[in-house]
Design a protein around this ligand. Structure first.
Ligand SMILES: C[S@@+](CC[C@H](N)C(=O)[O-])C[C@H]1O[C@@H](n2cnc3c(N)ncnc32)[C@H](O)[C@@H]1O
Length: 264
């Protein structure tokens, strides 16, 4: 079943005491030419019953480490106070569609000086990541349950990110569904706006058609240019191989890695 376009996910947890401060009245989403072409939704709804242990951890740690964007009345248009949320000022990476977070966890451990916000609509995936963060005492990951488009629009300030990661976004292979793809020209524009000068967009896909679509959208965004191979970047682009990627390899797919930089 597909989520209804334009409908936020059902809130499972209100915005909590430990989460960053927000205004109570929501602003309308950012207006502008990009707004008209943003994908209304780019995900399928999935069953997400949690195990008992996951539920316990969710109840214990989500108020501090997570934020649910489903409740439009409790999340305002003010950008996140990420310094308050992480308790420090550090370069910030946003990962959209983290799944169960295995890349998120490994990359955050490799780069303890960088803070990572992982966005996902799938609650069980977030619960898996939350349990791993709790178990391994990882200090530099926070999570948002919600649509990455809305997160970028409403919670991330322009020029605030050192990196955006989008690994294996849903390819929506049927032509009539291409408009649902997360990485589109308008999304590229919004990502470029949220990146700091020198910031990096790192995408990977195993779908050849989507790889071409992403390449065109990124290359068509005037505020981004392809990273020079071998040039130093402010964040790591060394991804661990996830279960999803292993399956893709087994099915004979080739993975395309796409990296852009917002010039200084
Ligand atoms: C194919 S999975 C890849 C998961 C993970 N990145 C990996 O490499 O294993 C794509 C994920 O993106 C999530 N997703 C799709 N559209 C999204 C959106 N607009 N905002 C947040 N998550 C999204 C889906 O729920 C799904 O878990």
């Amino acid at each position: 079943m597909h989520a209804q376009p334009g409908v936020g996910i059902r809130p499972d947890t209100p915005v909590d005491a430990g989460a960053p401060a927000m205004r109570s009245a929501p602003d309308p989403p950012m207006a502008g030419p990009d707004q008209r072409h943003l994908p209304a939704t780019s995900f399928r709804s999935r069953r997400s019953a949690l195990s008992g242990a996951q539920r316990d951890t969710w109840e214990r740690r989500w108020p501090e480490l997570g934020l649910s964007l489903g409740d439009r009345d409790s999340v305002g248009g003010e950008p996140l106070d990420t310094r308050g949320w992480f308790g420090r000022a550090a370069p910030l990476v946003l990962e959209v569609g983290c799944g169960s977070g295995s890349s998120t966890l490994a990359m955050a451990k490799q780069e303890p000086g960088i803070d990572v916000i992982a966005v996902e609509v799938y609650r069980r995936g977030l619960a898996q990541l939350l349990c791993a963060v709790d178990r391994d005492r990882v200090a530099n990951i926070r999570m948002i349950r919600g649509n990455g488009i809305e997160v970028l629009q409403r919670l991330i300030a322009p020029g605030s990110l050192i990196g955006v990661r989008v690994f294996f976004p849903d390819p929506w292979p049927k032509a009539r569904h291409h408009k649902r793809r997360f990485l589109q020209p308008a999304t590229m524009g919004m990502i470029a706006d949220r990146l700091l000068p020198g910031g990096v967009l790192h995408a990977a896909t195993d779908h050849p058609g989507y790889a071409g679509h992403i390449a065109e959208a990124g290359d068509g965004e005037p505020r981004l240019r392809r990273a020079d191979p071998g040039a130093p970047l402010p964040i790591s682009v060394a991804r661990p191989t996830t279960k999803y990627e292993t399956k893709a390899h087994e099915a004979g797919s080739t993975v395309t890695e796409l990296i852009w930089v917002r010039p200084e």
